[in-house]
Ligand binder design. Structure first.
Ligand code: GRF
Length: 315
């Protein structure tokens, strides 16, 4: 299944077009489910519509920032977007909007960040006498043009370059960089290494835990003690990635499987005291996985360790 992306634009929308045409390739891991603009006349909207993509355009004028962002947010969610790509969206975003898409919203910026945030990036690079300018794709955080950089392309500055000639060349680089970075970003959550790290972070945060390999599976246990979590790949059908954790009540395994049979399963050879939880479905609630790991840890941890935690819970 392809990841669903909503794109926000304000004008021309050439980066949006680059994302859209890249998405037309069968191997592209994302699809564009909505192009929205804060200007109903944005040329990019007409292009997206002509290409059969759902569009939404409304002017922000006369509206409070948070109220307008809530309209855009609702449209994105209605379209089923799982990620947002800002592509020349010339609006500061409200903290609520940014928080609602935390870790799921990217932006493209025409400079080699952290250099030259904001506007006039090309002129700033020329004025500074830089040998190279370029573009960056980054995760959007509350701070303007901030947040972890996911990819960058350097573009040589030529003698005689003006801000316009440089901008035009950087735009070519932008169009290449954005779709590739977005494609990598939406697939990373299905990569075994990334998933294992998410599990590892949470498992190793519990007291006296170490990681070992058992039957080829990374697994987590009390140091020199019992295991409480296994990371498994390919066990239950083709390519499935899951964790196996201990259940905490006799009926729990059956209950979980019944509640969500696409996610939970009975792990072969492990018996009734364990449950398999798929973590490769793209919608994993990692707080909940943390909670599951914690409860599984409690099932195997020696009393002196759990007693300490129980005491801490009292506070
Ligand atoms: C691009 O230069 C992009 O880096 C910046 O705004 C411009 C948008 O151009 N954030 P377009 O609308 O994608 O053609």
């Amino acid at each position: 299944m392809k990841a669903k992306v909503g794109v926000l634009i304000s004008g021309r929308g050439s980066n949006m077009a680059a994302l859209l045409y890249a998405a037309r390739h069968p191997s592209c891991p994302y699809e564009i489910v909505l192009v929205a603009a804060n200007d109903p006349e944005a040329p990019g909207l007409a292009l997206a519509a002509a290409e059969g993509v759902a569009t939404f355009g409304q002017s922000h004028k006369g509206m409070k920032r948070a109220a307008f962002d809530a309209v855009i947010d609702a449209e994105l969610r209605r379209a089923g977007a799982e990620y947002v790509a800002l592509a020349g969206y010339m609006r500061l975003l409200s903290p609520e909007f940014v928080a609602g898409w935390e870790g799921r919203m990217l932006n493209i910026h025409p400079s080699l960040l952290p250099k030259y945030k904001g506007l006039d990036t090309h002129q700033k690079a020329l004025d500074a006498g830089d040998s190279h300018a370029g573009c960056s794709v980054h995760i959007v955080t509350a701070e303007l043009d901030d947040g972890p950089v996911l990819g960058q392309t350097e573009v040589a500055i030529l003698p005689g370059d003006t801000a316009d000639s440089l901008a035009a060349r950087i735009l070519i680089a932008e169009h290449q960089l954005y779709s590739r970075t977005l494609a990598d970003f939406v697939t990373r959550e299905r990569q075994p290494e990334w998933l294992l790290n998410k599990v590892r972070e949470r498992a190793l945060a519990l007291p006296q835990v170490d990681e070992v390999t058992s039957h080829g599976m990374p697994c987590f246990g009390i140091e020199k003690g019992k295991k409480f979590a296994y990371f498994t790949q390919d066990r239950h059908g083709g390519g499935v990635i899951a964790i196996l954790v201990k259940t905490t009540a006799p009926e729990e395994q059956a209950m979980l499987i019944e509640s969500d049979p696409a996610r939970y399963y009975r792990p072969a050879y492990f018996g009734d005291g364990w449950v398999g939880i798929r973590i490769d479905l793209g919608d994993t609630d990692w707080d909940q996985i943390g909670e599951r790991l914690h409860r599984s840890w409690r099932e195997v941890a020696p009393r002196k360790l759990t007693a300490l935690l129980n005491a801490a819970d009292e506070f």
